[in-house]
Structure formats: structure tokens, C-alpha cells
Design a protein around this ligand. Structure first.
Ligand code: SF4
Length: 147
């Protein structure tokens, strides 16, 4: 079973109320067992919402919205619920939106709201990885067919 970030499947769950639909991923979903999830929505955040980024990714990891509010609890809960969904559905591989403070893996926005990226992973991507789920993004997802 595969987990797909909801926004990659065309769900309008991004912070700005839009999506990141990738047609080839949607086609893939028609032929393979997949579930979708948006961790930020699962964590109780509204759509649209103020964009968030992770600050101090090396130490005490917090998630701040651009207006300064602290959304760390929402992101933590969203990650926990997404992992629970994966366990219930036997997910082994996930295609997650790159750079997101929830779904990004390996490289994420750096907390300055300037479009700059830095090493690190989003709350959900990191938790899924720690629990043995292989993570891909919208650029390298086809590799999952060979892994
Ligand atoms: Fe997409 Fe993930 Fe952001 Fe939800 S949390 S909008 S699924 S990148």
C-alpha cells in the first residue's frame, strides 16, 4: 500500500486552498493500492491557513506560522495520525510533497519564509521514515517501482 500526499492527488488542501496535482501520480493511483492524507488537515488546521515553516530544525524543532503563531502541536498530531493511518493500511512507501514542513523529506524550507531550503525533514516525513516507511517525492517517485 502506498501513501500519497493529498495535494499531489489534486485535493485542494494546500495552505492557500490550491493543490499540487501531478497527473502521472493520479494515473498511478488508479492502478495501485493507495491512500491519501494531508497531515496538516489531520492535525486540525484549516484550509486555507497561514503558511508555516519549521524553525531551529537542528535543535528544539518548532513550527511557526508566518504570523508568528506556534503550530507545533498541530504538526505533531498530524504526523501521529498519518503514521496511524499508515499502520492501519499497511503502507510501506509514501510519495510526499517535497519541501513542505509536514511532507518534505531531506530538504525543507528553512524557516525564513524566503523560499530558501535547508537540510531537514517535515514532521510527518521524518516520523514515517523513522518507522520504516520509504519516502519519495513528486520528482523521484517512479523509483518506488524498482525499490
Ligand atoms: Fe500537501 Fe502535505 Fe502540505 Fe497537506 S501537509 S498540503 S499533503 S504538502
Amino acid at each position: 500500500m502506498y501513501l500519497i500526499s493529498s495535494c499531489l492527488a489534486g485535493v485542494r488542501c494546500r495552505y492557500d486552498g490550491s493543490h499540487n496535482r501531478v497527473e502521472e501520480i493520479v494515473e498511478f493511483m488508479k492502478e495501485r493500492p493507495c491512500i491519501t492524507a494531508c497531515p496538516e488537515v489531520l492535525g486540525g488546521l484549516d484550509t486555507p491557513r497561514v503558511p508555516c515553516e519549521i524553525v531551529n530544525a537542528e535543535g528544539d524543532k518548532r513550527v511557526l506560522a508566518r504570523d508568528g503563531s506556534d503550530c507545533t502541536e498541530n504538526f505533531t498530531e498530524g504526523a501521529r495520525r498519518t503514521l496511524e493511518l499508515c499502520r492501519l493500511n499497511g503502507v510501506t512507501k509514501a510519495v510526499l510533497k517535497k519541501r513542505s514542513p509536514s511532507c518534505g523529506f531531506g530538504l525543507i524550507y528553512d524557516g525564513t519564509f524566503s523560499g530558501t531550503v535547508a537540510e531537514g525533514s517535515g514532521f510527518t516525513a521524518g516520523l514515517l521514515y523513522e518507522n520504516g516507511i520509504k519516502i519519495y517525492n513528486e520528482d523521484n517517485w517512479k523509483e518506488l517501482l524498482n525499490d
